[in-house]
Ligand binder design. Structure first.
Ligand SMILES: [Zn+2]
Length: 209
């Protein structure tokens, strides 16, 4: 099986597993599948369960130089809930006009398939490895539950493999965490005249809405 055929086959099987993020559906199953696939390709694979009980998978290339720059390739196996109104079963993937359809086919199972296939190819072709690549496939990315796990990862560079293949970019979908102080006086909505809203003190430039 060529690399592309391998990727498509793996992607088909990954999309067939419903890994809905919010209910942690089949997290164990897909983590086991990924470890199995990686080991079958003679890669080093292990499952790490975080303090929330979510399994994540770490994959390495056996002969990679450990002391070289560690490049983490980070992606995820969980998917956003499929919701209603699909024309087909979102977990029964199919190919039409050269495209593979199904929940998570792009975000982010395509990246898992591509990365495992790439690691496998590097190993099989005996290509020289100058870096220390580590593929980290997490659960709970879409729900945010996996954040505490991947925040602790250490390496020289992290390449986030997510969604489509539009190219390599620096920074996307940033997260800003703010503490907002609202000045005013709280009041029940039935007695709004008792309250003092931030809007009223807007002229002081304290806050705006
Ligand atoms: Zn994603």
């Amino acid at each position: 099986m060529g690399t592309v055929e391998y990727e498509i086959d793996l992607l088909m099987r990954l999309v067939s597993v419903d890994t809905t993020s919010t209910i942690r559906k089949n997290f164990e199953e897909v983590a086991d599948l990924l470890v199995y696939e990686a080991r079958k390709a003679s890669l080093i694979a292990k499952r790490v369960v975080d303090d929330k009980g979510i399994p994540h998978v770490i994959i390495k290339i056996p002969k990679a130089p450990k002391k070289s720059r560690k490049i983490i390739f980070l992606t995820h196996y969980d998917v956003v809930p499929a919701g209603e109104d699909w024309d087909f079963d979102p977990f029964k993937p199919f190919i039409k006009d050269g495209k593979l359809y199904g929940r998570g086919a792009a975000d982010s199972k395509s990246n898992i398939a591509a990365a495992i296939a790439a690691f496998k190819e590097v190993l099989e072709e005996g290509l020289p490895i100058k870096i220390n690549p580590v593929l980290v496939i997490i659960g709970g990315e879409e729900s945010g539950e996996g954040t505490s796990f991947y925040n602790k990862l250490e390496g020289n560079v992290c390449v986030v493999l997510d969604s489509g293949c539009y190219g390599l970019s620096v920074g996307a979908s940033g997260v800003v965490s703010l503490i907002i102080k609202v000045f005013g006086r709280q009041a029940h909505s039935a007695y709004p005249f008792l309250g003092k809203t931030p809007y009223m003190i807007r002229k002081n430039n304290f806050i705006h809405r």
